[in-house]
Ligand binder design. Structure first.
Ligand code: UDX
Length: 437
């Protein structure tokens, strides 16, 4: 199929190359000329396993091209909207300016029978409003909403072999036509038996924010348990195992630690709350404010723990920060708990040295006041305290005896509960996890 993807950020670029990998002919469009020229040269402007490989293959096969000119969508039958919906600067709500601009730019190039497919995460009701706009300005063009559930670090796999696909279809006869287009786009996954949930716009929109709200709630739930565990000297990791064996609960997303970050979970729960309040049903999701508050508190608790372990004397103490990205296998620092902890400690007067395998250039641009190194030994050298905040493999596999030989004081805060505490204690470290006795 001939497909266009409007917006070539994380979501759009991955979607474009994954669609090309599935055999479609794809054009990606973005207003950012630098990003487009990078992609056309086979360079991926972010770190995500597999994307560079399938991009260069798709370029070599002539299956994908990128352009800043929206007219390049001509000839495509299906147009994916994959632009960002960030949090508005002075509000909790989502900013839909990019969605509106993309649709406005696309409209003159649409032909009757084309299908526009929303992938961006939007407040419920957005699709219906866009469908009304399309029907007024380009009759005969259809709209579907097909939320994206990909996770950073496994984005290609999640796109090519998703665990489910959601089609939010238009009412009436267009539903069948739109569904047939989407079945063609996702033919491989559909043939492989991937569950397809067919529904209306509003349920499709809600399914994305509800999924993220649930995941965020699970993480904040276990972090709340971690706070209790600390008070009563229990072990939250064992607690998560104990409850996670219950198939109704499940062990995934029950890892206590410094909490969730990234470009989705924090802003999506805030936008969901803001939208529910607009709709007059804010009370129903008011618990998400507690979920958010627990999450923000986790970062503060890690900072407080470091200060306490240093006997309250943080000024000019050297603190090694292991990790900057919001999770491993990503260079994304959006709302990163790790970066937040580093910045807070620096603000308290600590001499912070941060190490990360991928995120340094982004972090340096945003927080030039921090000191960065690509070398773990340099970060550990002479440290009064060490904080593991992102569980990159290179940190979880550190040899505690070797690490102890580099630091000034062997104090480690394992803010992801990912180290073998017995091994670290045996190597002479003062080890503190989150919610672990
Ligand atoms: C998330 C959703 O998982 C995905 O479906 C959606 O499309 C986009 O948002 P992503 O932001 O890539 O994906 O990250 P995810 O793997 O969900 O992790 C989010 C945050 O939660 C990370 O900061 C991670 O470290 C943290 N986390 C995750 C925990 O603190 N504990 C856990 O048990 C799991």
């Amino acid at each position: 199929m001939k497909i266009s993807v409007i917006g070539c950020g994380y979501l759009g670029a991955v979607h474009a190359v994954a669609m090309a990998e599935l055999g479609h002919q794809v054009v990606g469009v973005d207003v950012d000329a630098h990003r487009i020229s990078e992609l056309n040269s086979g360079r991926v402007p972010f770190y995500e396993p597999q994307v560079a490989q399938i991009l260069s293959l798709a370029l070599a096969r002539g299956r994908v091209a990128f352009s800043t000119d929206i007219a390049a969508v001509a000839g495509s039958r299906v147009h994916f909207l994959a632009v960002g919906t960030p949090q508005r600067p002075n509000s909790q709500a989502a900013d839909l300016a990019a969605v509106d601009a993309a649709v406005g730019a696309l409209i003159p190039h649409l032909r009757p029978g084309d299908l526009v497919v929303g992938k961006s995460t939007v407040p419920v009701g957005t699709a219906a409003a866009l469908a009304a706009r399309l029907s007024a300005e380009c009759p005969g063009v259809m709209l579907a909403w097909n939320p994206e559930f990909l996770k950073e670090g496994s984005a290609v796999k999640d796109t090519i072999s998703p665990d489910r696909i959601v089609y939010g279809l238009p009412p009436g006869g267009d539903a069948e036509v739109a569904r047939a287009y989407l079945d063609d786009v996702y033919a491989r996954a559909v043939d492989d038996g991937t569950p397809v949930v067919v529904t209306d716009y509003q349920t499709a929109e809600l399914s994305k924010v509800a999924a993220n709200a649930f995941l965020a709630t699970k993480i904040s739930f276990i972090n709340a348990m971690a706070e209790i565990a600390e008070v009563v000297d229990a072990d939250v990791t064992k607690l998560a195992d104990a409850i996670g064996h219950d198939g109704r609960i499940g062990r995934k997303f029950l890892n206590a630690g410094v909490g969730f970050g990234g470009g989705c979970l924090p802003k999506d729960i805030r936008a969901f709350t803001a939208r529910a309040e607009e709709l007059g049903c804010g009370e129903s999701v008011s618990f998400l404010k507690a979920v958010d508050a627990i999450n923000v508190r986790q970062r503060q608790r890690v900072v407080d723990l470091v200060v306490a372990l240093l006997g309250g004397e943080i000024y000019q103490k050297r603190v090694a920060i292991l990790g900057l990205s919001f999770k491993p296998d990503s260079d994304d620092i959006r709302d990163s708990p790790a970066l937040d902890v580093a910045v807070q400690l620096k603000g308290l007067g600590a001499d912070v040295v941060a190490v990360d395998p991928q995120a340094i250039s982004h972090a340096m641009r945003k927080h030039p006041q921090l000191t960065f190194t690509e070398n773990v030994a340099t970060a550990l050298d002479g440290a009064h305290a060490t904080v593991l905040v992102t569980e990159w493999k290179t940190f979880t596999e550190l040899d505690p005896t070797w690490a102890a030989s580099l630091v000034r004081r062997p104090i480690i805060v394992d803010a992801r509960n990912c180290l073998d505490r017995q091994a670290w204690r045996s190597a002479g470290w003062v080890y503190r996890g989150i919610g672990r006795n």
